[in-house]
Design a protein around this ligand. Sequence first.
Ligand code: IPE
Ligand code: IPE
Ligand code: MG
Length: 263
Amino acid sequence: MMVKPSCASLSIQGIDPARLPRHVAIIMDGNGRWAQGRGFERIYGHRRGKDSVKAIVEMSREIGIQYLSLYAFSEENWGRPAAEVKALMRLLKRYLTTELDRMMKNDVRLLVIGNVKKLPADVQKALKVSVETTRRNKGLTVTLALSYSAREEIAAAVRTIAKQVERGELVPEEISEATIAQSLGTAGIPDPDLLIRTSGEVRLSNFLLWQVAYTEIYITETLWPDFREAEFLEALRQFQARERRFGRVVDGRADQARLRAAN
Ligand code: IPE
Ligand code: IPE
Ligand code: MG
C-alpha cells in the first residue's frame, strides 16, 4: 500500500517539511538489468519501472515537492534495438492515457522537454492531450524528458538567441545566463536542487547539463524498478544533511537559509 506521509509523519521520518527540495530530477536507470537479473526480457523491467514512476509521482505530490523531472528516454536511446524502442513507446503511451485521470485528481501538471517531434505520432498526440488537459494544475509539475539531449537543448537555445540577434532584438553584450536559461526547454522551471540517479552509474548521460550546475547529487545502487518510497525518503534525508555553499563560505543555519532564498 502507498505510504501517504503528512507533514507530521515526514518529521517522524527525520525530514524537515520546511526544507524540502523544490525541484527533484531523476535519471531512472537500471530497468534492463533489473529484468535480466531475474531472467526476463529487458522490457519487463521497463514495465516495472513504470510502477516506480507512478509511486514517486504520487509521493512527490503527497509530500509537497513542487517540481519533479524524469529522464525517461534520451536522444541516444534511439540507438537501442528497434523492438525495445517500440515497446518503450507503447509503455509511454499507455502511461499517459491511464494516468491522466489521476493527474487531474492529484492536481499534477505535465510538461515535456526534448525533441518531441521524433516520437511516434500517437505518442505525440497523447502527450499533447495530457499537457493541454493538465496545464492549469498547480500541485506538482512533472517534466518528462523524452528524446532528450542536454547538448541539443543548449544548441537549440543558441540558435534561438542567434536569431534574436539577427533580427536586431538583442545585442550580443546583453546575452546573460538568464537569456540562456530562458531559451532552454526548462524555461520557467527552477534548477533542480536534488538529482537522483539509480543503478549505481556515476554519470549525467547528457541530462540537464546547464541546469545542474549547483544541484546536489544522490547516487544509489538500487535499480529503478526497486526505487520506491523508502529510498526516496532516504534521498531527501541525505539532501537535508548536506550543506549547500554555492561557492561561498557558510556559517550556520541562518546563512544556509539566506543562501537557499537567494538561489
Ligand atoms: C533506464 O533503464 C530506462 C531507459 C533508459 C529507457 P535501462 O534500460 O537503461 O536499464 P539498464 O541501464 O540497461 O539496466
Ligand atoms: C540514461 O540512461 C537515460 C535515461 C535514464 C532515460 P542510459 O542507460 O541511457 O545511460 P547510459 O547509457 O548508461 O549512460
Ligand atoms: Mg541504463
